[in-house]
Design a protein around this ligand. Structure first.
Ligand code: GLU
Length: 480
């Protein structure tokens, strides 16, 4: 039975990459009735952000990504916060000392900096030179007794090749000679990532470590630790790096990588899930559209590519438009209205009573829920139409006359779409207006925009008084 985990560090936002990796880890666990664990790696106190953890929970919950243990749920291997497991790491670091596979290092910060400068000056690659690796035990005992600060380092064996079969990358190898004697326990008693992750993955009985490619060079260090403890390592799989459009590593600077900001921008969780699932992976039947449930059933790591997938916002936008229309098709317009209202995408002042009439006219053009505001503002807010647009392909006198006749024709009629349409068509025929010019002018006068929902429906939803007022406003703009 597989046990997998996601181990985010609460250092800021809830990252899209966390959602992405969670999906694959969840699938790997669920496919065989195993468990997916959420562990909080909060030992880096310098980068710790208090609200970050709550955001991770909120982001995953919004996306519908569930987990079995850890997080806010607890479980048999609690605590699931590394900051609450400090004694354990100390104990295990001590165990490695006792076994002779780790050692105390008393090198000071200044000493290490000097070492680095000297190595660079000699044209060497900077690294720890192992000065405490084989230190005299009496000197070590004295320093310990004197209470001098120390770190604990792993005695990385010399001349070994560390290899594993990665579920995504096949055989991967690293030479141990290129690996520094890693710090396992820091001077403040906190573990490094390497010690904590290995101890926790082991104690939490994690069978598969599926994580991002940026950790691949850490894996040989972890394997050395498993070996030092005498533990069986989990199976490793490294997902490719997600990239920006320009193929650089996806970063906060170039892309929005916060899960919750996609919610704020009006993306639907279904769209984000579908899009993210296809980052570096393809559906066995070549499908583009599928649900989270379906993904969890058909995910197969052999379909993960090794090259970094590109985070293509256009594609995400396509998915979002698709899922908005899908929502309407499956659950009706009211559901969409509820989402808009619930997510605060309906601006203050919007005539809610007219939602039923307005939403059907615009929903097909929504890319995100946030577009609602801009697509509907003219339904309830007056504006000053653009003079140049009003005068497109016609002179002032012609347009003025068109506006005044339009008002005169519309004034007496009953205000339903069919009547409006019949009347306007009558006018254009009577006066032999050039349709493209006249309709563009009318659209701009009535809505302020060049592209809108069908004009007659739109006019019907706007009441007669508003349409006539706007035609007058357009006349004024021309008269100025
Ligand atoms: N805490 C690490 C992170 O933030 C976890 C890496 C791992 O999965 O081993 O990504």
């Amino acid at each position: 039975m597989n046990r997998t985990r996601i181990a985010p560090s609460p250092t800021g936002i809830a990252h899209i990459g966390t959602a992405w990796l969670s999906l694959f880890n969840l699938a790997l666990a669920r496919q065989c009735g195993g468990q997916f664990v959420l562990r909080i790696e909060d030992t880096d106190r310098a980068r710790f952000v208090p609200e970050a953890e709550a955001k991770i929970y909120e982001g995953l919950k919004w996306l519908g990504i569930d987990y079995d243990e850890g997080g806010t749920k607890g479980g048999p291997y609690a605590p699931y916060h590394q900051s609450k497991r400090l004694d354990l790491y100390k104990k295990y670091a001590q165990e490695l000392i006792n076994k002779g596979v780790a050692y105390y290092c008393f090198a000071t910060k200044e000493e290490l900096e000097q070492m680095r400068r000297d190595q660079i000056a000699r044209g060497e690659l900077p690294r720890y030179d192992g000065r405490w690796r084989d230190a005299d035990p009496r000197v070590v005992a004295e320093k310990l007794a004197a209470g001098e600060p120390y770190v604990i380092r792993l005695k990385v064996p010399k001349g070994e090749t560390i290899a594993w079969t990665d579920l995504i990358r096949d055989k991967v190898e690293f030479k141990s000679d290129l690996i520094d004697d890693q710090v396992l326990l820091k001077a403040d008693g906190y573990p490094t990532y390497h010690l904590a992750v290995v101890v926790d993955d082991h104690l939490m009985k994690i069978t598969h470590v599926l994580r991002g490619e940026e950790w691949i060079s850490s894996t040989p260090k972890h394997l050395l630790l498993y070996q030092a403890f005498g533990w069986t390592p989990p199976i490793f799989a490294h997902m490719p790096l997600i990239r920006n459009q320009d193929h650089s590593k996806m970063s906060k600077r170039k892309n929005d990588v916060s899960i919750l900001s996609y919610r704020e921008k009006g993306y639907l969780p279904e769209a984000l899930i579908n899009f993210v699932a296809l980052l570096g992976w393809s559906h066995p039947q070549g499908k583009d559209v599928f649900s989270l449930d379906e993904f969890l059933k058909v995910m197969d790591l052999s379909r993960v590519q090794k090259t970094g997938p590109v985070f293509d916002l256009e594609k995400l936008n396509w998915y979002n438009g698709y899922y908005i229309r899908d929502l309407v098709a499956k659950k009706g317009m009211d559901e969409l209205a509820k989402k808009l209202l619930g997510g605060n995408f309906v601006p203050e002042g919007f005539p809610i009573a007219k939602m039923n009439e307005i939403l059907p006219l615009v929903y097909e053009r929504l890319v995100t829920l946030a577009d609602f505001s801009e697509l509907t503002d003219f339904f309830w807010q007056d504006f000053t139409p653009n003079r140049t647009l009003l005068l497109k392909k016609a002179d002032v006198e012609t347009v003025k006359q068109q506006l005044s006749l339009t008002k005169a024709f519309l004034e007496p009629i009953g205000w339903i779409k069919e009547e409006i349409e019949r009347t306007i068509r009558q006018l254009t025929e009577d006066k032999n207006y050039k349709k493209s010019q006249y309709f563009m002018m009318l659209r701009v006068a009535v809505t302020g925009k060049k592209a809108t929902p069908p004009l007659f429906e739109t006019m019907a939803v706007l009441d007669k008084e508003t349409v006539l007022r706007r035609l007058t406003l357009a006349e004024k703009v021309l008269g100025e």
